[in-house]
Unconditional design. Structure first.
Length: 137
């Protein structure tokens, strides 16, 4: 069994996207369960077990387009709240814009000292102006 990074192959990835598209479409039309989650365990359990272990012990060097799309989408989560009569399922949208990313933290780390360098002298100046006004009155 392989451990570590998977070696990317552009030729194989293009071949997987283009070859067999019509074949998969025909199989889906004939068998409604074709391509559904968990069907590999029913059709070929040995291969499904190998693939599960392989994907747990290795990692991709290049992020796929699917991973990028998954990261950018908002995922709805369901929360079950019990009431006196029945359970209610509420869908809560988690927005990726509310989460702090690395670039936002880095930006904050660089801007925070600059903000303090501008704000502290301004606050001292304002405090000095207020003191002068109270002394003059």
């Amino acid at each position: 069994m392989k451990f570590g990074p998977r070696k990317p192959s552009l030729k194989r990835s293009i071949s997987a996207m283009t070859t067999g598209r019509a074949k998969r479409t025909v199989k889906r039309a004939i068998n409604p369960y074709y391509g559904k989650k968990g069907m590999g365990w029913i059709n070929n359990p040995k291969k499904a077990l190998y693939n599960k272990i392989y994907h747990k012990t290795t990692f991709s060097v290049i992020p796929t387009i699917g991973d990028i799309k998954k990261a950018s989408k908002t995922k709805p989560t369901t929360v079950a709240a019990e009431t006196s009569s029945s359970k209610l399922n509420k869908t809560i949208e988690t927005s990726s814009s509310k989460k702090w990313g690395c670039w936002q933290v880095v930006l904050l780390l660089f801007l925070w000292p600059l903000i303090l360098l501008v704000w502290i002298p301004y606050a001292i100046y304002q405090y000095a102006c207020v003191d002068e006004d109270t002394v003059n009155n």
